[in-house]
Design a binder for this molecule. Structure first.
Ligand code: GDP
Ligand code: MN
Length: 380
């Protein structure tokens, strides 16, 4: 889950990483009031989850409260990469001497947290990685020892940081690492991390992504940081219904219990020339309401031409799923054809319920996959 810059900066503050004073506002008058209170030049910054706000015109230096208000009028309501700006952050303007990049990601290849630094700050790091990868310095933290001072210094020297600024940088890098681990982040990035004309380190921008699986257990407090306006309504509904759902670009909706079975189902569709519209795991013990939610979510995607249910009854009972499909169909009222493969616990009972409701079921996954690909093609 992504959070906004102002929220990520709040976390950085807790780790004593230097951040400009700032306040969030939702209308130009509030922005003006904040700028008047500060009594200095401010920067008005769009709070959306998309990056590259500066390039899109969503970050504006404002010398006077009047200018801040005018800039806020321009930025609020603006569309940045599909997100509408509803809030802006008004911060103290900094005088930048030098911009750097500092970020932490989980590198699955090396199975470590990788800390990356670059003297090419302020530019999107993906571009630097593509054009001049040698300008990104990387160190890998030992999972047991954490980020060592020597590693942070190695970054600093590689980034060309002046000797007298290295200690300050080491502290920031180590605190960023601590913030990353404490909060179960997936990405935590400062871009740009600057040295001001006054010679101080300052995190001018912050980006943070929480590891989704950590939120429901270890970081319930992060729920308050969620911005529903930035999330797909279908994904939000799936999360609330306890379903694991990922939208894809194909036209065959899949309702499956178990992540492994969901992967196998998608592979089977591909094998017969079909394209899955989603990955969806309704989990074990799926009851009618979850099945109904799954159908609602899948049918909210206009690309879906056919739906495949692939249920392996273990804890999940076939008759429950069959009833769920029938009650779901009553609620969502769709013309989209459905193919159902039901095996395992109470599957005979489930198939009988389906037959009574005139719904077709298949015996094997291969048969079901072929059937659903054929009907999706007919309707494409
Ligand atoms: P992004 O474009 O979404 O990454 O937004 P940033 O917060 O990184 O801002 C984009 C750029 O605006 C930065 O790289 C800076 O060059 C500039 N900027 C942001 N805040 C300030 C500031 O306080 N003072 C000055 N002079 N420039 C700023
Ligand atoms: Mn930035």
């Amino acid at each position: 889950m992504k959070i906004h810059e102002y929220q990520a900066k709040e976390i950085l503050r807790r780790y004593n990483i230097p951040v400009q004073a700032g306040e969030v506002a939702a209308n130009p008058a509030e922005v003006r009031a904040i700028a008047e209170k500060y009594g200095r030049a401010v920067v008005v910054k769009a709070q959306v989850h998309a990056g590259g706000r500066g390039k899109a015109g969503g970050v504006k230096f404002s010398k006077t409260p009047q200018a801040a208000e005018e800039n806020a009028t321009k930025i609020l309501g603006m569309d940045i990469k599909g997100s509408t700006v509803h809030k802006v952050l008004v911060t103290d303007a900094a005088d930048i001497a030098k911009e750097f990049y500092l970020g932490i990601i989980l590198d699955r290849a090396s199975k470590t947290l990788t800390i990356m630094g670059s003297a090419e700050g302020g530019v999107e790091i993906e571009e630097v990685a593509k054009d001049t990868p040698e300008k990104i310095i990387k160190v890998q933290a030992d999972p047991f020892l954490g980020l060592g001072d020597f590693q942070a210094r190695e970054l600093a020297f590689g980034m060309g940081i002046a000797n007298e600024k290295v200690n300050g940088f080491v502290t920031i890098a180590k605190e960023l690492y601590r913030a990353y681990c404490d909060n179960d982040a997936e990405i935590l990035e400062i871009n740009p991390l600057v040295i001001t004309e006054q010679g101080e380190w300052l995190a001018l921008d912050a980006k943070m992504v929480y590891e989704d699986n950590a939120i429901s257990v270890r970081h319930k407090e992060a729920e308050d940081l969620r911005d529903l306006g930035e999330e797909q309504p279908a994904e939000d509904e799936a999360r609330r219904a306890g379903l694991s759902y990922v939208k894809l670009d194909g036209n065959i909706g899949c309702v499956v219990n178990g992540a492994g079975l969901a992967m196998a189902t998608m592979d089977s569709l591909k094998l017969y020339g079909g394209e899955p519209a989603n990955f969806l795991d309704i989990g074990g013990g799926a009851k009618s309401d979850r099945v109904t939610a799954a159908m609602r979510i899948i049918l909210s995607d206009p690309n879906v031409k056919a739906i495949l249910f692939n249920i392996f009854g273990g804890i999940t009972r076939g008759d429950d799923v069959a009833r769920g499909i029938i009650s779901g169909l009553k609620e969502v009222q769709t013309e989209v054809p459905i193919v159902i493969r039901l095996v395992g616990t109470n599957s005979e009972e489930g198939r009988r319920i389906l037959e009574e409701a005139d719904l077709k079921s298949a015996e094997t996954l291969m048969e079901a996959a072929q059937k659903v690909v054929a009907v999706a093609k007919e309707r494409a």
